[in-house]
Design a protein around this ligand. Sequence first.
Ligand SMILES: O=C(O)CCC(=O)C(=O)O
Ligand SMILES: [Fe+2]
Length: 314
Amino acid sequence: MSIPVVDLADFLSGDPVLKSAFVERLGKAYEEVGFVALKNHGVPDELIAHIYEYVQQFFSLPLEQKLKYEIPGLAGQRGYTSFGREHAKGSEAPDLKEFFQYGQNVEDGDPIKSEYPENVKVAEVENFNETLYQAYKSFEKSGTAMLQAIALYLGLDEHYFDDYVHNGNSILRCIHYPPITVEPKSAIRAEQHEDINLITLLVGASADGLEILTKQNEWVGVTSLPEQIVVNVGDMLQRFTNNKLRSTTHRVVNPKREHWHTSRFSMPFFLHPKSSMSLACLESCIDEAHPKAYPEATAGDYLDERLREIGLKK
Ligand SMILES: O=C(O)CCC(=O)C(=O)O
Ligand SMILES: [Fe+2]
């Protein structure tokens, strides 16, 4: 299925007509589908190619070297998480993936720095840390622009989310789904789930396997062109908008048998606000037909609850 395509260059063009058309198209897509493919997303292709290269080098290290980067007590939020550790909410079977997570670097003296664990530095792959840093910055910038469009759609100030994203708790997750060597117990590489955060910017959806659950309750494959990234709504934004914008259930299925020998790589950037941001439903999204669906919570409390549910936090 092709999901709606939007062009970030329209939003950033300075032309008010193109800009408001982008806002409308994006908002409608998020009410209906929860996913868009984004053109001119601002993350340089060369940078994406580099991350893929270094990430592949990292995952091909011997397990005992990778395990040095799996740090107990960090709930997988920084560094390496080994194969089979994470499972989707409500699922017993672990996902068939290993991943590496890279988080916020606070560089302007903001005391929020003490809230975040240090990033885990990988010694074996030259340029690994620097490239993840660059990628993180780039995704954060594109994500901020997407939230500006979402803010306008919701009737908020265009810059409503900016300060929550700056020095926020976003995470870049580099995932490796290894080749399948024996008949798998389930047909699923990553079990169905909704993302926790505000929005997700996903590089890698041009590889087969990603499926979304439509409003009609059907699983459909998502395809995007190599130069596009997928940007979807997460549970925090769904909650903040009292279900106006949809955090759509998605999963990654196994490839056909003839492709079992191949790895799959993907890189979601989970855009999280600062933990202090209130997720209280917007008044403008509450009416008789849409009574308030969630109690108030901060982003930080909500994240803790969710990390416990997926087995990453005790
Ligand atoms: O690997 C993918 O394409 C999607 C991964 C995903 O949905 C997630 O990690 O939340
Ligand atoms: Fe996801």
